[in-house]
Design a protein around this ligand. Structure first.
Ligand code: AGP
Length: 594
């Protein structure tokens, strides 16, 4: 899940490619590189480390050229190093790649038997030399046809050719590739945020397509080499949204902008998707929700809320497991997939399986025109603008809000009374205001973070709707602070986990005012009596516990409000530990490999 970017046009390619890489760095940031067609031919600068290190290097080794490709990496094949950094070069070609070539080993062995030598441990170099070998024999279009038949896996490639300066070729098979165009240039990138500063006119590539661009001329072909027509889209996001807006980190900006993003999610949706979902969506059969990571945790809230509304159960599955389980899917079922990036590999495969089984599919996504959005029968966009920080926050609350509104829609189709639905619509419409009030009156989260940031282990517990909030809270702390954090339904503690409790293993208890709170408080007493420290997230104090006091709200609204102190706590603890808050180690924003 790397970020790739390309440019051909009248301007110097380097600053444009570097600005694109900076916008794509959330996709992977262990090494970076650039290849530019200069007067001397193709020149490459690459290194282990972040884009800013590449920028520093280019200050002492300036490159000038009107055409180039660049890359920021999340290592899959070959550890992060200058040797394995992209771009690669072989003879007159240079390549950058996002994705995985599954049959790289056999392809490599075949090329070695033909006498080719390799300089890296990557699957990308295999693809490059494979392309060269075919090109030598067949010429460009036929080489692309053969290459895409030969290589298995999901990938996007950008090539430049020393013999054709100012020309870029881009191939899409499974991973995202968007092309931008303005009056004097063509841009290519893994996602639109890298293009926003230069154009609002974009072409979304489909799998099985490639493009050839030179200057501002742009042609599209299918893998058989047949020329195809594509129509551009007007991008609705503005570049400012992809900026930090004065905040120290994208994460803090995205946490603090949740009242606004929730308003944008709900705009025109309190009619329960009358415009977007014209057909009946309530299935006769099962409802299955599948996703990964934070999106999966949002789906857990849907399970509880929908059950409360209708008494019916929803199956919530990790997409990475769902894709291998023989679910009895049929046309009576509804499969809902959730994805901020719209490109997560496991979620995409899960969607494909559901579609193949003839099941009605609905995708809730943020990234405009992403693969998952285009694959699903129905899609609902979050409309919250780009989410840049790797740890997902505003997309989580947006997903929960859309799922709650979807639950109301389906409940209505199942006969739940209009009055009951109206009560919930009214409650949900107050959420942005409640969040605004909470975020502007926070007092002691930083001091609480200072008290706890040295702990090595945490439990997060909750009951009822408080439990899925605990699950997401634990994930945020893990991915931002690298501290071990486990979430449990509080009732489970005495069936084993409570044996870990001591005064070095604090427990964060999510205690909204629901019918299970009394028993949750007795679970807390069980932990306290074993010297366990308790940090309570609640509107009700408890003796002997630290507390992050919350407003008195309906407990079903806690996924939107109680998640705020948990997101901020993880942010402040990560800061105190000196971690890279927006780009935590080992993670990437869009997981496009299995
Ligand atoms: C969340 O903070 C993580 N970035 C990760 O768990 C993420 O939620 C997961 O990879 C799913 O991403 P998606 O919503 O883009 O599909």
């Amino acid at each position: 899940m790397c970020g790739i970017v390309g440019y051909t046009g009248k301007k110097n390619a380097v600053p444009i490619l570097l600005s694109g890489l900076r916008k794509l760095e959330y996709r992977g940031y262990d090494s970076a590189g650039i290849a530019v067609s200069t007067e001397k031919g193709i020149e490459i600068v690459k290194l282990k480390g972040k884009v800013r290190k590449l920028e520093d290097k280019l200050l002492s080794y300036p490159l000038i050229g009107h055409c180039g490709i660049a890359h920021t990496r999340w290592a899959t094949h070959g550890k992060p190093s200058a040797k394995n950094a992209h771009p690669f070069r072989y003879k007159n070609f240079s390549i950058v790649h996002n994705g995985i070539i599954e049959n790289w080993k056999s392809a490599k062995d075949e090329l070695i038997s033909l006498g080719y030598k390799f300089t890296s441990d990557t699957d990308t170099e295999v693809a490059l030399i494979c392309f060269y070998d075919l090109y030598k024999k067949l010429g460009i279009n036929a080489a692309i046809t053969k290459l895409t038949e030969k290589l298995k896996g999901r990938y996007t490639f950008l090539f430049i050719d020393e013999n054709k300066p100012n020309e870029i070729i881009g191939i899409k098979s499974g991973n995202p590739l968007v092309i931008g165009q303005n009056s004097d240039a063509v841009f290519a990138a893994s996602d639109i945020t890298a293009l926003l500063s230069f154009t609002k006119k974009a072409y979304f590539m489909e799998d099985g397509q490639f493009f050839v661009a030179k200057g501002s001329s742009l042609k599209f072909y299918d893998f058989a080499g047949k020329k195809i027509e594509k129509s551009p889209e007007e991008i609705k996001w503005d570049v400012k949204e992809a900026e930090r807006g004065g905040y120290k980190h994208y994460l803090l900006k995205e946490i603090m902008e949740q009242p606004d993003s929730l308003n944008r999610v709900m705009a025109g949706r309190l009619n329960l998707f009358d415009d977007e979902l014209r057909e009946t969506i309530a299935p006769k059969g099962r409802i299955i929700c599948t996703a990964c990571g934070t999106s999966y945790n949002a789906a857990l809230c849907f399970k509880y809320f929908f059950n409360m509304l209708t008494g019916r159960s929803v199956t919530v599955e990790n997409a990475s497991e769902f894709r291998y389980q023989p679910f009895d899917l049929d046309s009576d079922s509804l499969v809902i997939v959730l994805s901020q990036s719209g490109e997560t590999s496991d979620t995409k495969e899960a969607l494909l399986i559901a579609k193949t089984a003839g099941t009605n599919t609905l995708a809730i996504v943020n990234s405009w025109e992403s693969s998952i959005a285009r694959m699903a029968d129905n899609r609902i966009y979050m409309n919250i603008g780009p989410e840049i920080s790797v740890a997902s926050t505003k997309a989580y609350s947006a997903e929960v809000m859309l799922l709650y509104l979807l639950a109301l829609r389906i409940a209505g189709e199942m006969g739940v009374s209009k009055e009951k639905l109206q009560i919930w619509r009214d409650k949900l419409s107050l959420v942005p205001e409640i969040c605004t009030h909470y975020l502007s009156n926070i007092t002691n989260i930083e001091s609480i973070a200072r008290k706890y940031y040295k702990n090595k282990n945490f439990f997060f517990i909750g009951r009822g709707i408080g439990y899925p909030v605990a699950v997401e809270g634990a994930l945020k702390l893990k991915e931002l602070s690298y501290i071990h954090a486990e979430s449990y339904a509080a009732g489970e503690m005495k069936h084993g986990p409570i044996s870990l409790i001591d005064n070095d293993f604090p427990t964060i208890a999510i205690a909204p005012d629901n019918k299970q709170r009394a028993v949750l408080f007795s679970n807390i007493e069980e932990i306290k009596s074993r010297m366990g420290q308790i940090l309570l997230i609640s509107d009700k104090k408890l003796e002997g516990c630290d507390i992050l006091i919350m407003p008195e709200i309906d407990s079903w609204l806690s996924p939107f409000v109680y998640i705020l102190p948990l997101q901020l706590l993880s942010y402040y603890i990560a800061n105190l530990l000196g971690n890279d808050v927006d780009q935590p180690r080992n993670l990437a924003k869009s997981v496009t490999v299995e």
